[in-house]
Write a protein that binds this ligand. Sequence first.
Ligand code: PLP
Length: 488
Amino acid sequence: MKTLTLTLESSQKKLYLKIAEAIRNAIKQGNVHPNDKLPSARALAKQLLVNRHTIMAAYNELIAQGWVETQQRRGYNVAQTLPIYRSSAKTFQNESNSTQHKWRLVKTNSAKVQLPASQYLYNFAGGNPDIEIFPFNEFRGYMNDALNRPAINDLNYGKNNGFPPFIKEVSTYLRRVRSLSNKEIIVVNGTQEALYILSQLLLKAGDKVAVESLGYRPAWQAFKNAGAELIDVRQTEQGIDVEHIETLFKQHKIRLLYLTPLHQYPTTTTLPVAKRVKIYQLAQQYNIPIIEDDYDHEFHFDSQPLVPMAANDPAGLIIYLSSFSKIMFPGMRLGIIAVDKTLATHITDYRTIINHKVNVVLQDAVARWMKDGAFERHLRKATRLYQKRRQCMVELLNSFIEEGLDIKFTIPAGGMALWVDVGKNAENISNLAKEKSLYLLAENAFHLDNKNNQDKYIRLGFAGQSEEKIQQGLLLLKPLLNLRSNRD
Ligand SMILES: Cc1ncc(COP(=O)(O)O)c(C=O)c1O
């Protein structure tokens, strides 16, 4: 029998656990081998100047973990088969030498999770709501209600289209505020989940999806992940080019059209009614479903927002998506799909593969919040605030123009950002801004095909931060913008 040299770590752990760990390390390091006899409890107790029962407790711990074996009155042995995955080497090796498993990845996503824009001192990310204005205290009351009077039946597995009282509130709201009725509502964990499910259900490898040439990358990733090929629809200063849609529909077998009609992402233009009608007629003629992503409907300032295209959808070909990420906050992960009945059950059936339900307690709390009218109160407050912030940004940028800066923009009727023409070097401006802890994106971040990049637009979000921050940030940005005399 070998004498074991043991090194006890100086942690707060119980002594017997420290001894067990020291013996385990000795085994791992190969100081004793499988089947080797270990010192008796008495001998080890003497060596370590501890009670024999402490050693027995350590050995019992190692027996439970599979490192040590014992037979009646024959003492303790290192286990024959150790509870560790061996490398191909015959001799037992130090863990640090063992070969790492190499994963066979059959799919990856090239779009990496970004450092949140909120890490920057000035955050001009285009789509950020101001989370600090969310009425957390008020909402806590509704969460309490949801837990005090839990909807026991719905908290189990089962029907997964959404929590009925929440669907009821959302349906009423959509009917009243967005004229949207006769569609089935399915609750999802945010728009992204909806895009993923729809891509998997409706697309197969090689299918073509038409998307806005400047657009929303996370949606594209979902389509591409299903094997689809993306075809970009040209955009003009007046929004999407409908003639180009027609040409593409004629030229290709397009399977799906993805649009952000109300506040085009990222350019913020609103698709006029005449263009909507024409696109709808084309979609009907060529039998192409449309995903209408209405991600920030409420934040429309100068007039009532246009009703969604899905509100006039006799053929039932529009899949309408709406999110609570802007109304509440992105971490809420709540959204809805409104679709024709014929597609709804396929969506809910498919969804069970990735998730059983959307958090029912959360849906319950939001339903109570909506029912009380507090939800719309919050919306009115946020809309008023964002409108003021838009005004603040517009006024300051206009004063820059008066001072000779060569920038242009159209005040958007709604949304959460301005799309500003800075003439040139937009990407460079956005990079230099980051060095001043100022987050903003330039046109290059939104193109499907970078050859369309004119490098002249930046996107300035106005909703997510206070007027004070907007002003300070824009004053920092000002020296990076181009002087009129510099324009080519
Ligand atoms: C175009 C667009 N669609 C949808 C969303 C919301 O997505 P989700 O509900 O997954 O947070 C956003 C948020 O930035 C968006 O910009």
